[in-house]
Design a protein around this ligand. Structure first.
Ligand code: NAP
Length: 256
């Protein structure tokens, strides 16, 4: 069992629910985000529900890269190691390219991609040192193709993090080929529409939107299985994702 789990963006949505479900399965959880009061409430909730589980909270802005490394090191000290790092913190801000809102797109690119590099760096340093660990990267089904309008930059960042994870997996494959034994795994999760703060303003009847608990249950199943890649929930997103990869753009636009 990968006992100790660090989750970034644990103050709401998928991150908070992953913390609740992992704690229910007996994992110790390190919760990181900027809104520390939210993390405090979640810590209290988990401790009440699961008194045997260890929970700690960490103030973290993932765009402060030094802080990403410092928090990761602190978790290793506090928990006596780090077994799994879930790169989850993310932002859905964005505007059509050419609409004059460069700074919204830049903020999304920095939070979702540049900061993800910092998190992967911090995690992999620890995992190489331990020769064990599980890196989980939360991408999005929108990563399958270029997306229009306000989703363009967001989808590009999510394709970026998926490739980042695949590159790290390739490094590990090379180690294995050279006969170096290790227990390090990398999982990329491609969630479909799951209810969270990011999409709370979206109408209730969005096609295939599932509630947070259902969506995250599917994510946790794939994470615990240490699948290399998983679209979650698998139905309908596995077939939709496969179609998206190859369909003409006018079809892709209708699928998301
Ligand atoms: N919900 C979906 O349908 C869906 C689909 C595909 C992918 N995803 C991905 O799932 C992940 C979680 O999103 P969500 O849907 O749960 O949205 P959410 O409820 O808005 O949660 C986003 C989380 O990211 C954190 N965050 C944002 N900027 C941060 C920063 N600079 N430093 C540290 N933490 C930061 C937020 O915490 P603070 O504000 O407290 O810092 C919050 O906890 C994201 O990567 C998102 O792209 C979601």
């Amino acid at each position: 069992m990968r006992r100790n789990v660090l989750i970034t963006g644990a103050s709401s949505g998928l991150g908070a629910e992953m913390a609740r479900q992992l704690a229910a399965r007996g994992h110790d959880v390190a919760l990181a985000a900027r809104r520390v009061e939210r993390l405090g409430d979640l810590e209290k909730h988990i401790k009440t529900q699961h008194p045997d589980v260890r929970v700690s909270t960490y103030a973290l802005d993932v765009n402060d890269h030094d802080q990403v490394f410092a928090v990761t090191k602190q978790v290793v000290v506090d928990f006596g190691g780090l077994d799994r790092f879930i790169v989850n913190a993310g932002l859905g801000k964005g505007a059509r390219i050419g609409s004059g809102k460069f700074y919204a797109n830049k903020e999304t690119a920095e939070t979702n991609f540049v900061a993800a590099i910092a998190q992967c760096e911090a995690a992999m340093e620890v995992f190489y040192e331990q020769n064990a660990g599980h890196l989980v990267v939360i991408s999005s089904i929108s990563a399958m193709r270029g997306m229009p309008s306000s989703m363009t930059t967001y989808a590009a960042t999510k394709a970026g993090v998926a490739h980042l994870a695949e590159g790290i997996r390739s490094d590990l494959g090379r180690l294995t080929e050279r006969g170096k034994k290790h227990d390090i795994a990398v999982t990329t999760i491609y969630p479909g529409y799951i209810r969270s703060e990011m999409n709370e303003k979206v109408e209730q009847d969005v096609r295939f939107m599932v509630d947070t608990e259902t969506g995250v249950r599917s994510m946790i199943k794939a994470i615990e299985a240490e699948a290399a890649e998983a679209a979650t929930p698998a139905w309908p997103w596995l077939p939709i994702g496969a179609v998206m990869r190859h369909a003409p753009l006018k079809v892709v636009r209708k699928l998301m």
